[in-house]
Ligand binder design. Structure first.
Ligand code: FAD
Length: 453
């Protein structure tokens, strides 16, 4: 494999980011070669325990629309209009995500999305994907990667003027960049991990829970969530400390796990038998936050998606952010007329603050989901947020909506979110419902602190 033409780009990794990036590039008349370490996933069964569905929202959908495949993807997506909170006393209550009917997020199958992206890339005729080619090394100065075919054992070296690393959170190219002077990296392994458990369809082949909601069982120090799948099952994700008195480590026997479900998740008892079996078979996943800088080596290498920034999954923004990377890269290619060094360095400099912001907001959202969603004060604030948004549109937009239903840069969402929180603290200190808000006081506070968006 040799890439000689300047119009040919080498991409490492055919996960979710590699193929969508190749679609953006092929629209600009670039040819792409993608090398992927795994077998072609279109030919394989999805391994148990890998995250099988994803919540996708505006940033991801916008990118899919730019490459012309949003509508096809949405055909098999399930809209989620809010969170259904399951209390420990078996009671549930619903919290809408937004107040506008279009403000929904979508649950989609990770493997279907990946497969569709792979096939769409190949259909362009400008993208070649080589599977079972595991990248072993990269020469950051000469601009090449060494890779080994897992089936034949053959080792090849492929060079290209521009190499984009979409090789995920354990990126080999990022590892190589550790050796560069001035490269900073911070890898934080979270204390909490996750395990995925499936609620199958019922005997009529239908959903066991309402499919148009994200189900949350908030239990303060941990939580369980469930997202619907197109085959009418649900994927539940149990987030729990890795170690400690109640943790993945402490749940050693079937009895421990049964007691845990019976005590803290009584409405999940009907699924207990199956859950118990799954709990001890399925792998426990670690969660990371990875921040690094710079993301590029001149115009030769660029890290993209999880390779550049791995964030915790609690805002459902990892793939949305990674797809937005591709939109932004495409806009920079347009702006700088394909001058790659400028494109790579601007991307690396400008995008970093936004990714740091969503990385922090994702961790805050874990606390919000497992702790605050049952706090009456938080619920009043949510009600007031919608009331203010209704009365001061384009000026007060709830943080969740700025992140999920808009493409406002993440750092601005974070900054405005903090200001809005202070406004809410002032307005909500002594009220029991949004109808008690004095709109004149609210207007003065908002005008004094927030510009129009
Ligand atoms: P990956 O999807 O990891 O793809 C990397 C690819 O590179 C893989 O195919 C891999 O085989 C290949 N590769 C790796 N190393 C090599 C090598 N040396 N040589 C060749 N190929 C290589 N995001 C959301 O937006 N919404 C959600 O609801 C959501 N839920 C999540 C739930 C969990 C539990 C987790 C862990 C993450 C979740 N995410 C979510 C985040 C999302 O999964 C990631 O942001 C996304 O997968 C990143 O895509 P990527 O292409 O950068 O990396």
């Amino acid at each position: 494999m040799a890439i000689s033409n300047k119009k040919e780009i080498l991409i490492v990794g055919a996960g979710l980011v590699g193929p969508i990036l190749s679609l953006f590039l092929s629209k600009r008349n670039y040819s792409c070669t993608i090398i992927e370490g795994r077998n072609d996933m279109r030919l394989e069964k999805v391994p148990d325990g890998r995250s099988i569905n994803l919540a996708i929202s505006e940033r991801g959908l916008y990118a899919l629309n730019q490459v012309g495949i949003k509508e096809s993807i949405l055909k098999e997506a399930i809209p989620l209009k809010g969170r259904l909170i399951h209390n420990v006393n078996d009671k549930t209550f619903f919290q809408e995500y937004g107040q506008n009917k279009n403000e929904v997020i979508y649950s989609i199958s990770r493997s279907k999305l990946n497969n569709f992206l792979l096939s769409s890339s190949e259909k362009t005729g400008k993208v070649k994907i080589f599977f079972n080619e595991k990248c072993l090394d990269a020469d950051l100065i000469a601009g090449n990667v060494k890779h080994k075919n897992k089936l034949t054992g053959k080792i090849s070296v492929t060079s290209s003027s521009h190499i984009i690393a979409a090789d995920g959170s354990r990126s080999l190219i990022r590892k190589k960049m550790e050796g560069i002077n001035g490269f900073n990296q911070n890898i934080e392994v979270l204390d909490h991990g996750y395990k995925e458990l499936i609620i199958p369809p019922n005997s009529n082949g239908d959903f066991m829970l309402d499919p148009n909601m994200l189900h949350i069982w908030p239990r303060k120090k941990y939580m369980l969530i469930a997202l619907p799948n197109y085959d009418r099952s649900f994927t539940c994700t149990l987030f729990l400390p890795m170690k400690g008195p109640l943790s993945f480590e402490s749940l050693k026997s079937s009895e421990d796990f049964s007691n845990f479900i019976i005590t803290f998740f009584p409405d999940l008892v009907p699924y207990l038998k199956d859950f118990n079996k799954q709990f001890f078979i399925k792998p426990t996943g670690n969660l990371y936050t990875i921040k690094c800088q710079p993301w590029n080596v001149k115009d030769q290498f660029l890290l993209l998606g999880d390779a550049a920034h791995t964030i915790a999954p609690f805002f459902g923004q990892g793939i949305n952010a990674a797809f937005e990377d591709c939109t932004i890269l495409d806009e920079l290619l347009e702006k700088f007329d394909n001058q790659w060094e400028k494109v790579f360095s601007r991307f690396s400099q400008n995008r970093k603050a936004d990714m740091d912001a969503i990385s922090e907001m994702a961790l805050e959202n874990y606390f919000e989901m497992r702790n605050k969603t049952i706090d009456p004060k938080f619920l009043i604030k949510k009600e007031v947020e919608f009331y203010l948004e209704h009365n001061f549109p384009n000026q007060f937009i709830p943080r969740y909506s700025m992140v999920s239903f808009n493409r406002i840069p993440y750092s601005i969402c974070q900054k405005r979110g903090k200001i809005q929180e202070k406004i809410l603290d002032k307005l909500c200190s002594n009220i029991k419902s949004a109808s008690e808000i004095n709109l004149n006081i609210a207007k003065n506070l908002i005008n004094a602190n927030l510009d129009q968006i």
